[in-house]
Write a protein of this length. Sequence first.
Length: 204
Amino acid sequence: MRRSSYAFALAGGVGLLLLAGCEKAVHNMYEQPKYRPFVESSLWPDGRSERPIEPGVVAHSAGVLAASSSGQRADLALPDWAAPAAASEVPPVTIESLRRGRERYDVYCAPCHSVSGDGDGMVVRRGFPAPASFDGAPMRAASDAHLFDVITSGHGVMYAFADRIGPSDRWAIVGYLRALQLSQHAPITDAPAAEQQGLLAEKP
């Protein structure tokens, strides 16, 4: 019996030593060799440890960029799918583009902004921060280019949609947003004369 106790104690001691070794190995993974900022290095001909950004690289969430939702730098070239469309590429607003804008809006925007644009989408009802209502004065005063750029690059907690929505669809969404805003503020005189009486009759 005493021999069994010694063997058990010895096995326990060996196990503790092995666990200590594992913990040291884990710490070695956490504390890997690395360069401190602005120290010399013999790995590169210029002797610098910090390396310049390669051409075409888009930086994300570094330094002051971490305060933005997109983390994109304006001084670096954006990929084709992220670049804002030129003024000559802005498509005209047609009934087809409005239908396309509504379809894209319902897919990508309505979960937060709601189908009516009041900022009370299903995601917001589940605890996500509420965006500004498109019906508010600041959003009505915002330029089309600003709305396009927000869809492209994100704003606040809203992330960028440029990799999901092409430039023509972004403009279609902007056109549909204007239609949403107009639906809440259009004067009755904008309606055809034949329909004005019916609208007045429905007014509470």
